[in-house]
Design a protein around this ligand. Structure first.
Ligand SMILES: Nc1ncnc2c1ncn2[C@@H]1O[C@H](COP(=O)(O)OP(=O)(O)OP(=O)(O)O)[C@@H](O)[C@H]1O
Ligand SMILES: [Mg+2]
Length: 361
């Protein structure tokens, strides 16, 4: 189902919680709805579901006005963070519930529930009760229950929030495959930006009841619309005082009397920073000199803090590269920076990378 939301507003008494929100979701896409706590994610989801009605604005499902359609006529499946299952029903009864409400024939229900539980890796658990399952299994039953009546829209409100980190990572891949299989339009609320980046076709970032940015994970990560988005998605070094950076003469244009103009923010992603020995001399013209002030091992990489004298940066170094210790003197090459001004944002490449001679090894 194609979803369109136009000028949506929600007031709770005097409080203006959702402010003129507009977005659309392409049929079959999985959209991640993310943002800080209290931003309005659940409120948007509840209005789409019909559990809450908007103060003004409209919702269209496949081009038809659906703003005031009763919940049961919307063809929506839900999965919430917790308490999603009926505790006194078996796994089978939970999944069959929506189909019974729709008065589907017994054989049909039997086949569909068996098929869904097989797909969820839960064959053989039909007679168990929710308390006999792990958190991850319970959420998979909740997904089976939501998908059983073939919803046109799936609304997920932090479905993995109560599940431990390792299982949660497995469930991301599982969810992606599930949505590919069912091709159901899905809106997925999560606090976990990595989860959204990995799973979603598109991300909508809401803050203070407004949409900050909507785009593919790649667009949002590489071209954040504001320094807020940049700091919310991915990790970043934010530099907000005037610091000249070698290879980025554009920054000189933004300064006056040794200060950046008001509202200039510069961001450097840690993965844009290459760390090398001092003896790699070709970096000397394109990079900064620095000293490692902190290093710790994090499994797949080393976390490094480096002080250039003018700025302190953090970066990650692959375990395949040289290992640095605090006190080591290094060259660092900043490949890209993002610059935000009041009216604009730019992703800028180190000028040395445009030179005809290769400067990297
Ligand atoms: N029924 C309500 N009555 C009054 N205020 C509400 C109500 N529901 C939500 N709010 C307010 O609206 C704002 C948005 O809330 P919402 O639950 O949509 O945020 P959220 O983005 O889902 O946050 P979280 O990440 O913490 O779940 C918050 O300031 C919240 O206090
Ligand atoms: Mg919420």
């Amino acid at each position: 189902m194609h979803i369109e939301v136009k000028n949506l507003n929600k007031h709770f008494g005097q409080f203006h919680a959702i402010k003129d929100v507009n977005f659309s979701i392409t049929k079959g896409h999985l959209v991640g709805l993310i943002g800080p706590s209290g931003g309005g994610k659940t409120s948007i989801l509840r209005m789409l579901s019909g559990l809450e009605s908007p103060t003004s604005g409209d919702i269209y499902f496949d081009g038809k006005l659906a703003t005031h359609l009763p919940v049961q006529e919307r063809g929506i499946g839900f999965v919430f963070q917790s308490y999603a299952l009926f505790k006194h029903m078996t796994v089978f009864e939970n999944v069959a519930y929506g189909l019974k409400v729709l008065k589907k024939p017994k054989d049909f229900i039997q086949d569909r529930v068996t098929y869904l539980l097989g797909l969820m890796g839960l064959a053989g658990s039909e007679r168990k009760y929710p308390h006999q399952l792990s958190g991850g299994q319970r959420q998979r039953v909740a997904f089976a229950r939501a998908l059983a009546p073939e919803p046109q829209l799936l609304l997920l409100d932090e479905p993995f929030a109560a599940i431990d980190a390792k299982i949660r990572k497995e469930l991301r891949v599982w969810l992606r495959n599930l949505i590919d299989e069912f091709k159901v339009t899905t809106l997925f609320v999560t606090h976990d930006q990595d989860e959204a980046i990995e799973v979603a076709d598109e991300i909508i970032l809401v803050q203070g009841g407004k949409i900050e940015q909507q785009g593919s994970p790649w667009e949002i990560y590489t071209k954040p619309a504001s320094s807020f988005v940049a700091s919310f998605i991915g990790e970043s070094n934010i530099i907000s005082q005037y610091t000249p950076l070698i290879g980025f003469p554009y920054l000189e244009e933004l300064q006056k009397d040794g200060q950046w103009l008001p509202d200039v923010n510069v961001m450097i992603r840690p993965e844009s920073i290459e760390v090398r020995n001092r003896d790699v001399s070709h970096l000397a013209t394109a990079g900064e000199k620095g000293k490692v002030t902190h290093a710790h091992f994090r499994g797949d990489s080393w976390y490094l803090e480096i002080d250039t004298g003018a700025i302190k940066l953090f970066a990650y170094q692959s375990v395949k590269e040289k290992i640095y210790q605090p006190g080591d003197e290094v060259n660092i090459l900043i490949h890209h920076i993002s610059v935000f001004t009041k009216t604009d944002n730019k992703l800028i490449e180190n000028q040395a990378k445009q030179d005809p001679l290769p400067v990297f090894i």
